[in-house]
Design a protein around this ligand. Structure first.
Ligand code: ADE
Length: 230
């Protein structure tokens, strides 16, 4: 069983549509759809936006369905030079850019508990995601890098610059780092795959509205290619 989490309908609706004989169950307000995608048993859920919603969903999925691996798919703001709208970023690691106990002497992003800043994604899954992306995206559109998560939609070049500099991030979004932490605590293999919908700058809200749907739908093709490889 493979778990797939997206925050918004547009990020998971095509995948759910690919499960004709699905069984659905609601837990804590989140609907979990079980069925086969491309012949692979999956559980797919739309968690809602932000770190708490994502953590609730990931933990429930792990306890209830015991997925062998968890994928977080969706859109993100591109933070790095050369990461453009329509590109994809596959996680090497996740950081929570809004986790800040620096007033107590910690480094920014430090996660007490795991006692690390960067939660590494599965190298195996990331490599398979890169391989699966090659038939969907041009090579220059495929990136691997740090993905930064926080409970903020970033639409400000200065804030974006700080996130990119402090954490070496290629993309910013609002769930991946929290799903990563839940997976880390449970020993569940995971990778985050994000299609870029905007550049997290002053133009971000307009670009997000225009491109999120298309970017998310393109990603479904990648996930279809990836599932048989896991
Ligand atoms: N998801 C898509 N674009 C984003 C942005 N600019 N900030 C946070 N999450 C996003």
């Amino acid at each position: 069983m493979i778990g797939i989490i997206g925050a918004m309908d547009v990020e998971v609706q095509d995948l759910i549509g690919l499960m004709p004989e699905r069984v659905s169950e609601t837990v804590s307000g989140i609907i979990y759809h079980r069925g086969a995608v491309e012949g692979i048993e999956c559980v797919v859920a739309r968690c809602g936006i932000g770190k708490v919603a994502a953590a609730v969903c990931a933990q429930t999925m792990i306890l209830r369905y015991h997925p062998a691996a968890l994928l977080n798919v969706g859109v993100a703001g591109g933070t790095g030079a050369g990461v453009k709208i329509g590109d994809i970023v596959i996680s090497s690691s996740l950081v929570q850019h809004d986790m800040d106990t620096s007033a107590l002497g910690d480094e920014k992003g430090f996660l007490s508990g795991p006692n690390i800043i960067h939660i590494p994604a599965s190298r195996r899954l990331a490599d398979q995601a890169v391989a699966a992306s090659k038939s969907v995206y041009q090579p220059e559109k495929i990136h691997t890098g740090v993905i930064a998560t926080g409970d903020q939609f970033i639409g400000d070049s200065e804030r974006l610059g700080r996130i990119a500099d402090e954490f070496g991030a290629s993309a910013c979004e609002m769930e991946g780092g929290s799903i990563a932490q839940v997976c880390y605590l449970n020993g569940t293999e995971f990778v985050v795959i994000r299609a870029i919908s905007d550049n997290a700058n002053e133009q971000a809200a307009v670009d997000f509205t225009e491109f999120a749907g298309r970017s998310a739908r393109e990603l479904t093709e990648l996930v279809k290619n990836l599932l048989p490889r896991i």
